[in-house]
Design a protein around this ligand. Structure first.
Ligand SMILES: Nc1ncnc2c1ncn2[C@@H]1O[C@H](COP(=O)(O)OP(=O)(O)O)[C@@H](O)[C@H]1O
Ligand SMILES: [Mg+2]
Length: 140
């Protein structure tokens, strides 16, 4: 799908979100995870600048009655991994809305609770292959 369609999909998923939902974005550098996350956050009511959270790992926004976390695990540092994971686990277990870039760096069991979105490159530089695996209904 082109960028417009990908952003549209992100908006549709944003509208389907309930407190506690986690969205896991998986795909290589430059494939469109941040594009997807930004479109989602905008639809959820986040205004203003949405920087890449890489350096702070977890950016928190408040929109309406929602607390929203934009987590990027790209720069997760080995030395602080456990500490960083503690905060991330807290966010994932909370009633806030969470979107995680580089979610394949989390344990696979964690990915079983939420919506897994795989984005891949194609031969066409403007098109991406996208698959959505929604496990929210399987949650107990
Ligand atoms: N179909 C598409 N979907 C998403 N992004 C696209 C698409 N085609 C081109 N792009 C471009 O690819 C880049 C994706 O960057 P980004 O979202 O920051 O990647 P990531 O967060 O996965 O590293 C952007 O510059 C975007 O404009
Ligand atoms: Mg990114």
């Amino acid at each position: 799908m082109n960028q417009n369609d990908l952003e549209h999909l992100a908006e549709k998923i944003a509208l389907s979100m309930y407190p506690g939902d986690n969205i896991f974005l998986i795909g290589d550098l430059g494939v469109g995870k941040s594009v997807f996350a930004r479109a989602m956050l905008r639809k959820l009511g986040v205004t203003g600048n949405i920087p890449s959270p890489s350096f702070i790992i977890d950016a928190v926004y408040y929109a309406g009655s929602n607390e929203i976390h934009h987590i990027d695990l790209y720069r997760l540092e080995e030395a602080h991994r456990e500490l960083q994971f503690l905060g991330i686990y807290d966010a994932l277990d909370s009633c806030s809305l969470v979107v995680v870039e580089w979610a394949d760096r989390l344990e696979s069991e964690i990915l079983d609770n939420g919506v897994r979105i795989n984005i891949g490159f194609t031969d066409n530089p403007d098109l991406r292959e996208v698959s959505v695996d929604d496990r929210r209904m399987a949650r107990n």
